[in-house]
Design a protein around this ligand. Structure first.
Ligand code: GLC
Length: 520
């Protein structure tokens, strides 16, 4: 089988509002990203995925799209976009866009038409239902941001569905015109040179045809967020969603070397269905399990084993440690352990997706109450669900270096690129080393994986490709752990950037240390 770039490569997610501002308005933009292309080269990643940059009223910061075929002026122009693609490609960096199929903005002309009358030709492009006889919403579905997933529109006396904000009406993917329009937009971006799409909430795109209630969640606790009051069995993950994935794949396959990645939060057995019955669905349904996993060697051992076992033949795995919706890894496991997490991400079998700033050990930012802007926090407050803390501006220099103006979210600079470039053992330099190793050793990028043990909170696995065998040992604890390991003296990497103590076939891993050893 031919190896595709997205199999051996590493993807880096950019939240464009927060990466680099070029015009002093306090919000990152495309020219900003272009100006930082040499950073990616130096870091050693292969592709950038940029969260949505399409015209948007920004109620959900770009995940509410009002035109799928253009660029929001806050991020720049189509010319800026073309330049970014051209310059990224000149440096052999791929560009992945974030496509939002499930819903548009309520300001999208399609929705404006759809809501204007029941007879409008675009009425059926969205999901409209009559109220129950007492006037209440058609069923008990809850928006992921809290509150009912239905909003009543007095103009036509019906409710429309929205899995997220009321300003993000769900498109009706059972309508063939909707599909054709959306595929047409994807085609236009492919033609402009885009190397792939991350597909927003792909498992949401089709709802059960009879709109029956979702079952009540017996395990609901208020701290989880209101959406968890019900189990989303009927509002998500319908078999027809996989058909949509297959249609998108058929489109992508008409081009060379394009990738489709599905944002899907589901357990393994359901998740892997999105690879398609014949490997003809998305290339990679995102595997988010490391984000929620209990951070212990035996738990992670079990999780890797279950994931690998669930993959259909030929399906390519992938791993994610964080994104623009979830707490940052350094805040979840601590700065010292975040180095172990980085080693895990970059040495597991499958494509890693990094989140901007994690390579610095960036932590969740502190957001004073008056600066909270995320609707998730505003609508379901005080439960730690808000996403502003993980979207703070990229710290380039001790003074910020992100903008000349007032940043849209508070900037923290205690860890920043300039400082971290300067000392060898920084998180940034450790990431560079790991990325370079991954590039130099096909065993790490393409090799098979064999799990070996998880005793004393140390996870050990082997990666193998051709004649090359590497062994990875990760100490999940904050104590020294002495373990038996063959060829302990043939270490090629340590998160602490100096060799641990070895004696014969044993090595004493220091607290929060991970190592890579050559094996035979
Ligand atoms: C996805 C995005 C998230 C957004 C939501 C609605 O989960 O990652 O940021 O709010 O979809 O589009």
């Amino acid at each position: 089988m031919r190896t595709e770039w997205w199999q051996s490569g590493v993807i880096y997610q950019i939240y464009p509002r927060s990466f680099q501002d070029s015009n002093g308005d306090g919000i990152g933009d495309l020219d900003g990203i272009t100006s930082r292309l040499s950073y990616f080269e130096e870091l050693g990643i292969d592709a950038i995925w940029i969260s949505p940059i399409f015209p948007s009223p920004m109620k959900d910061f770009g995940y509410d799209v009002s035109n799928y075929d253009d660029i929001d002026p806050i991020f720049g122009s189509m010319k800026d976009f073309d330049r970014l693609i051209k310059e990224a490609h000149a440096r052999d960096i791929k560009v992945i866009l974030d496509f939002v199929p499930n819903h548009s903005s309520d300001q999208h002309p399609w929705f404006q038409e759809s809501k204007s009358s029941r007879e409008n030709p675009k009425r059926d492009w969205y999901i409209w239902r009559d109220p129950k006889s007492d006037g209440s919403p058609p069923n008990n579905w809850i928006s992921d941001f809290g509150g009912p997933a239905w909003t009543f529109d007095p103009t036509t006396n019906q409710y429309y569905s929205h899995a997220f904000l009321k300003e993000q009406p769900d498109l009706n993917w059972r309508n063939s015109h909707v599909r054709l329009e959306m595929y047409d937009s994807m085609r236009k971006w492919f033609n402009r040179g885009v190397d792939g799409f991350r597909l927003d909430v792909l498992w949401h795109v089709i709802k059960a045809q009879d709109f029956r209630d979702n079952p009540v969640n017996p395990d609901y606790k208020p701290h989880m967020g209101e959406m968890h009051k019900v189990l989303q069995l009927n509002s998500t993950d319908q078999p027809e969603a996989i058909e949509v994935a297959r249609e998108m794949r058929a489109l992508a396959d008409r081009y060379d070397g394009r990738v489709l990645i599905g944002e899907i939060y589901l357990p393994f057995e359901k998740l892997v269905k999105y690879y398609g019955p014949k490997q003809d669905g998305v290339h990679m349904p995102f595997n988010f399990t490391l984000i929620d996993a209990e951070w212990k060697a035996d738990t992670i051992f079990d999780l890797i084993a279950r994931y690998e076992a669930s993959l259909p033949p030929g399906a390519w795995p992938n791993w994610v440690l964080g994104n623009h919706d979830r707490p940052r890894i350094a805040s979840r496991v601590g700065l010292a352990q975040a180095r172990v997490a980085a080693t895990l991400l970059l040495t597991l079998r499958g494509t890693p997706t990094m989140y901007y700033g994690d390579e610095l050990g960036m932590e969740d930012g502190v957001i004073p109450l008056e600066r909270v802007v995320d609707p998730r926090e505003i609508l379901d407050p005080g439960k730690g669900l808000g996403r502003d803390p993980v979207r703070t501006p990229m710290p380039w220099t001790p003074d910020g270096g992100f903008t000349e103006g007032e940043p849209w979210l508070p900037q923290h600079t205690d860890r920043n690129v300039e400082d971290e470039m300067q000392f060898d053992s920084s998180m940034l330099n450790m990431y560079k080393l790991l990325l370079a190793l991954r590039r130099a050793h096909p065993a790490l990028s393409l090799g098979s994986i064999a799990l070996e043990s998880a005793e004393s909170n140390v996870l050990i696995y082997r990666r193998e490709h051709g004649d090359e065998i590497l062994r990875v040992a990760l100490n999940f604890s904050d104590r020294d752990q002495t373990i038996a390991i063959p060829n302990a003296d043939r270490m090629i990497f340590s998160t602490l950037l100096s060799a641990p103590e070895t004696s014969g076939e044993t090595v004493t891993l220091r607290a929060n240390e991970a190592i890579i050893i050559e094996a035979d």
